[in-house]
Write a protein that binds this ligand. Structure first.
Ligand code: SF4
Length: 648
């Protein structure tokens, strides 16, 4: 089934056991700039799961490279021990490990103690996304940074890391030198292509001079930075061709950190096509003689196999697939493809956590990034009869986790179908992949010993009658109906009714969005695509304020193309026959929206308290998880499910 995926590849005498790679991605796990136990455990889990190559997250090569306050730093010899530990852990399981050498140039997200950073770049070209004006590097600093790359590589080589990858992707410092719109220097580092390549050539030379002959050195570069100011496809190809002779591999991706549109491609959300950079990798592969790696929404082994068998690339980056299921390579090799917990491209707990300054995880796999906390879910000391009420993500996950520990579990669902609100979330435009969360959980249930009873509404009497040892309640939430002044016949509906097609929406719609998450922007997009004239009023400072930025920005771009006006700082006050009254959340002044025939409420949810209230007066102890505890997202629901089920 996977003829190409599991074929080893040898680079400079190092054999990588298969073509699956975990690309360099910030985990947020290190706390003081060096590899720690949590990062070793995280990477070891992927190595044990069968990945071929792990590229470690970026490591700063110079003091001025600290783009976040928790960046790994390879600037002092004391870092060697940490790299050695992770190298040994990865090697123990037969995988290969490279490390990324990094300088962000002007792409500085944050500085210590909340101060504005001093950033260095080839020229004083402003960064649009972080609003940073860099200081041009002088010759002394260029020499220092170049030497920093070589010194960092030497430390990694001494630690037993198999190779290094120079990060020239996403508009970071090497790319800033390459880009004539950012590099406006008039000395030997700017102007002609040869001059703009000079910085990278010096870096490559320095690394070679400080490591051994067989030490692998690759380059990561964006094939297209996806922004008018970023590197174009032709410019990237030109640079790759010029540099390939001195490299051992090239790793291509898309995107640029310095603009909102370009940054979406750093971790492309589910709305972006699968394996979309493979055609560019194929172009590169035709022009150079070294292996070409590619990443970008390659979520399933079947997709990776297609890229490889089409001759588009030599190795596939499948990072989020490995965050979601570290065992993915082993399962694919054993032909157990249906058992893979496929990543759904939601970006919520992986890059989403990074953007909040938190350690990495996965909404479907809370053990990810918490390998030490959830180390081996131990079998229960005594098998208990466990009753799980509610068959949404929380209930399904709680049931399979408890069953995996040896409990006798029955899952009850009032509807005829399992999946809860995830079944609605998948109806939002471009979010069909979210339904994969239910598919994955259904498969876990199928493989478990859980008994499932659908179409059964559980009440206190049923619990008393069955008398289980433990009850987990995961009955979810209902749409929240806000208080508002109503005077007239305007049609008022909620997001669920629209998504389920239960109502006939008019031609002039106002969507009011209290939570500023996926639902308001999704419903607005769906109705605009159906031809309605739509306005979106959000309670937050921007639409999608509470969701990961790459997902939000992709959706906001879609709304902009569709001509949907967005009204921020808007609190719903009331409505009459054809007018909706809002209040500015900062000034308190009225905002009047006229000519509305349908008001769609996206006002979040209220917990389903039915069972909680019924059990209140009894002696039955129950655990409440997910939205019935407090309405949030699938991430909290699944996390709480694992947490509770692991303690029973
Ligand atoms: Fe994939 Fe979402 Fe998990 Fe990230 S959080 S790895 S995008 S399923």
């Amino acid at each position: 089934m996977f003829k190409h995926l599991f074929e080893p590849i040898t680079i400079k005498g190092t054999t990588i056991r298969n073509r699956i790679m975990s690309t360099g991605h910030d985990t947020g796990l290190p706390t003081d700039g060096v590899v720690n136990e949590a990062l070793v455990a995280y990477q070891e889990a992927r190595a044990a799961g069968g990945v071929g190559l792990i590229v470690l997250q970026v490591s700063g090569v110079h003091e001025t490279a600290r783009y976040t306050t928790h960046l790994l730093m390879a600037t002092e010899d004391h870092c060697i021990d940490g790299y050695r530990q992770v190298a040994e852990a990865v090697h123990r399981h037969g995988a290969t490990v490279f490390a990324q050498l990094f300088h962000p140039g002007r792409e500085i997200l944050e500085a210590p103690e909340g101060m504005a950073p001093v950033a260095y770049a080839p020229s004083a070209s402003p960064n649009e996304r972080f609003h940073v004006m860099p200081r041009p590097l002088n010759h002394r600093m260029i020499r220092e940074v170049v030497s920093g790359f070589g010194d960092a590589a030497r430390r990694m080589w001494l630690a037993g890391i198999d190779g290094v990858e120079i990060v020239a992707s996403h508009g970071y410092l090497p790319s800033q030198f390459l880009n004539p719109r950012v590099n406006r220097r008039e000395d030997e580092y700017g102007g002609s292509l040869e001059n703009r390549l000079r910085f990278l050539r010096e870096v490559m030379q320095d690394i070679r001079s400080k490591t051994s002959e067989d030490f692998i050195m690759g380059l990561r570069i964006s094939g297209n930075e996806m922004d008018p100011e970023g590197l174009s496809e032709d410019e990237s190809l030109e640079a790759i061709e010029a540099l390939a002779g001195g490299l051992d591999y090239v790793n291509v991706i898309a995107g640029n950190s310095s603009s909102t549109g370009g940054a979406i491609h750093i971790v492309p959300p589910m709305t972006v096509k699968n394996a979309y950079m493979a055609p560019f990798a194929a172009k590169v592969r035709k022009r150079i003689r070294i292996p070409v790696f590619v990443a970008g929404r390659i979520n399933q082994p079947q997709e990776a196999e297609a890229v490889l068998s089409n001759g588009q690339a030599d190795v596939c980056g499948m990072t989020r697939a490995l965050i979601s299921d570290p065992e993915m390579p082993n399962k694919a090799m054993q032909g157990r493809v249906d058992d893979i917990r496929a990543c759904i491209g939601c970006n919520q707990a992986c890059i989403g956590h990074f953007q909040m300054g938190l350690p990495i995880s996965c909404i479907q796999n809370p053990q990810s990034g918490r390998e030490i906390v959830f180390k081996n879910l131990k079998p229960a000391s005594r098998s208990k009869r466990v009753m799980v009420v509610g068959g949404g993500p929380a209930g399904m996950k709680a049931a399979v986790t408890a069953a995996a520990r040896g409990h006798d579990v029955t899952l009850f669902e009032a509807q005829e179908r399992l999946g809860g609100q995830a079944l609605l979330a998948q109806l939002l435009p471009g979010r069909a992949e979210f339904g994969g969360l239910v598919t994955n959980l259904l498969r876990e249930l199928e493989l478990s010993q859980v008994q499932v009873r659908k179409g059964v509404r559980v009440d206190r009497q049923l619990i008393e009658q069955l008398d289980p040892d433990a009850v987990i309640v995961a009955t979810g939430a209902r749409p929240f109906e806000p208080d508002m002044v109503r005077d007239g016949e305007i049609q008022v509906v909620n997001a669920w009714q629209v998504l389920q097609g239960d109502v006939a929406v008019g031609s002039s719609v106002l969507v009011t969005d209290w939570r500023s998450d996926w639902i308001g922007i999704g419903v607005a997009e769906q109705l605009a695509r159906k031809g309605c004239s739509v306005r979106l009023a959000v309670n937050g400072r921007m639409a999608g304020e509470t969701i990961p930025s790459y997902v939000r920005d992709h959706s906001i771009a879609a709304l902009h193309r569709l001509g949907v006006p967005i009204i921020p700082y808007a609190r719903l006050y009331g409505c009459d026959t054809d007018t909706v009254y809002l209040q500015h959340t900062a000034s308190g002044e009225p905002m009047v929206i006229e000519g509305v025939d349908t008001l769609v409420l996206c006002h979040g949810h209220a917990p389903d308290m039915t069972l909680s209230e019924a059990l209140d007066a009894s002696s039955i102890h129950a655990y409440f998880i997910g939205d019935c505890l407090a309405p949030r997202t699938a991430e909290e629901a699944i996390y709480e499910a694992v947490k509770v089920a692991s303690t029973l």
